[in-house]
Design a protein around this ligand. Structure first.
Ligand code: G4P
Length: 554
């Protein structure tokens, strides 16, 4: 959408009464924001827990349930943060509900809010289906991608095999920063190829404590051989080092920042091996809060603005909303990623979808640690804060101070693959059912589709990326609104928008081309076709070009 438009830096008019909201450079420079992506069970929760242990402050937005032991470590984050002088803001969006894990739209949205991404791989399994899906998003956003191969304390694939998979499937070269020495019971440590130092893990530590590590320069072969105490692994290390130095070109940080080269790490989050090293390298190599593009809604032209974190004014965007996080208070929260300026408690902001002179008071922001919260008085670019949502803040909205009406582009959402009718079996519950559904649809938990010309009275169809999203909707309707619901799944697996409109749909329908395809409308009454498989959609797009079939967009 932004192509072909002029790009201009965003300048704010200097007026006498304008108060600078500029974030201090030091605050911007010490922030690193990351989103961890992985297939369920690769170890996101465990790695997050260990990053906390080693790193300090961490914001975990979106986890409905949180592992108990994680809480214990959070209390000392302030002191660790001060000690290290750096705060890590990690938006972990693994969806975890009643012990089940699946993919959700949230995961995608977390990537929209992050400046760096970490791909977590189970070293025994290599790339898995959801790693692939999520990788597409990081590539679309051109986010720097760091790869951490976890669970090296278990029998693992060869590191070369993992590198090959990443290259073959993602067309992405990797740069091994840490290289493993052995795996499973014989996982002895890692070679830090940047420093040419071997980190040998002396004792395995279960959850909680930090690992004991002994550092030996790679050139001190005698000590290394003695400490590794395994002739085969020692020889392999020498051989690997030579091979890697020969094969891998020097690290090109520009390519890392552009997401074209992934720094590769190996370790075991459970036993703490390699996590601290990973964190230290990530803090060096990860990009700081980035400049983002936006449009100026006041400008008569379609000027694209660049908003850098150093801007004079506060800007941020909503990437997630959630209701009823605290059942006692029935509150609604909007998660805002700060892009520029400083959030200060009680500040008044404009809102991209409201009238220009309407201002909202951001009375109280919260830092979110899973289900725990603490209030924050100031927040800087790169931070994620939870603000009270009076109901008007929706995903993709921009909040801003100053005279320019800034609007960041919408957050991409992904094409749903599951479709199902939902209804309430008890007519007397209808009002609560509608209220709950409206709220969940506002949150973007699922999307709604309806039959053509239905103004809201007909059957409601839900569309989601994964089956679990439906189960969550049903569970939340029950828990939060006390209504039962019935789902009737449909066998379609793909949605395509008809960009050329309803006339084109009628034309294709009259010609008998839409047999076996369901015609529905989205919430803006735009035509959508549902297909049973990719092949059917591709052949219709090919044969009836006037339909202008497009993937999911919002
Ligand atoms: P997720 O958030 O990505 O879904 O993964 P999570 O951290 O919950 O980890 C999934 C399982 O893998 C957990 O086991 C966890 O203990 C284990 N795990 C994580 N990192 C490592 C590692 O480095 N090595 C080994 N061997 N296991 C690891 P679980 O039995 O499902 O849960 P729990 O009983 O340990 O909590």
């Amino acid at each position: 959408k932004l192509l072909g438009r002029s790009v201009k830096p965003l300048l704010f008019a200097e007026t006498v009464e304008s108060v600078s909201n500029k974030a201090p450079e030091a605050e911007i420079n010490r922030r690193r924001n990351l989103a961890i992506i992985s297939h369920p069970d690769a170890g996101k929760t465990t790695v997050t827990e260990k990053l906390l242990l080693y790193g300090g402050a961490l914001q975990q937005a979106g986890a409905v349930r949180q592992k108990a032991e994680q809480r214990g470590t959070q209390s000392d984050f302030m002191s660790i943060e001060q000690e290290r002088g750096i705060s890590i803001s990690s938006t972990v969006m693994n969806f975890d509900y009643n012990g089940k894990r699946d993919f959700s739209e949230d995961t995608y949205r977390a990537l929209a809010a992050a400046d760096n991404s970490v791909m977590l791989i189970d070293s025994a399994k290599g790339l898995e289906p959801q790693t692939r899906k999520l990788f597409e998003v990081t590539r679309m956003r051109k986010l720097p991608l760091f790869t951490f191969c976890n669970k090296m304390d278990r029998p693992a694939l060869s590191p070369y095999e993992i590198m090959d998979q990443i290259e073959a499937e993602f067309n992405l070269e990797s740069f091994p920063v840490l290289w493993p020495i052995g795996d499973g019971d014989r996982f002895k440590g890692v070679l830090d190829r940047m420093e040419n130092v071997v980190h040998l893990f002396i004792k395995s530590v279960e959850r909680g404590g930090k690992a004991d590590v002994q550092q030996v320069p790679m050139d001190d072969l005698e000590t290394l051989e003695k400490l590794i105490d395994d002739k085969e692994l020692f020889d392999k290390l020498l051989e690997d080092r030579e091979l890697l130095d020969e094969l891998i070109p020097p690290l090109d940080m520009d390519r890392v920042s552009a997401g074209d080269l992934t720094p590769l790490f190996f370790g075991s989050a459970m036993t703490n091996f390699g996590v601290q090293l990973f964190l230290d390298k990530f803090l060096e190599m990860g990009v700081k809060p980035a400049t983002r593009v936006a449009v100026n809604k006041d400008a008569s032209s379609d000027d694209v603005l660049t908003v850098s974190p150093e801007h004079e004014e506060f800007t941020g965007f909503v990437f997630k909303t959630q209701a009823n996080m605290d059942p006692k208070h029935r509150d609604r929260l909007a998660y805002v990623r700060v892009v520029s300026g400083v959030y200060e408690k009680g500040m008044k902001v404009g809102h991209s979808r409201s009238k220009p002179n309407k201002k909202y008071n951001l009375a109280q922001a919260q830092a979110l640690f899973g289900s725990d919260r603490s209030s924050v008085d100031v927040a800087y670019p790169g931070d994620v804060i939870g603000i009270n949502n009076p109901g008007c803040f929706a995903i993709g909205d921009t909040l801003y101070t100053g005279s320019n009406r800034v609007a960041f582009p919408g957050i991409p959402s992904f094409s749903p693959e599951k479709f199902s009718y939902i209804r309430s079996p008890n007519p007397s519950d209808y009002k609560s059912f509608r209220k709950g559904m409206d709220q969940l649809l506002d949150e973007g938990a699922v999307q709604a589709l309806r039959q053509r010309n239905d103004d809201g009275g007909g059957p409601l169809m839900l569309a989601a990326v994964g089956q679990l999203q439906f189960e969550v909707v049903q569970a939340r309707l029950k828990e939060e609104y006390n209504v039962e619901s019935i789902m009737e799944p449909l066998t379609y697996s793909l949605a395509r928008w008809v960009n050329s409109g309803w006339d084109a749909v009628d034309k294709a329908d009259a010609a008998g081309k839409l047999f076996g395809i369901m015609i529905v409308q989205d919430r803006w009454k735009r035509p959508v076709l549902l297909f049973r498989n990719d092949w059917k959609a591709a052949s219709l797009a090919d044969e009836e070009k006037y339909l202008e079939l497009a993937p999911w967009s919002q």
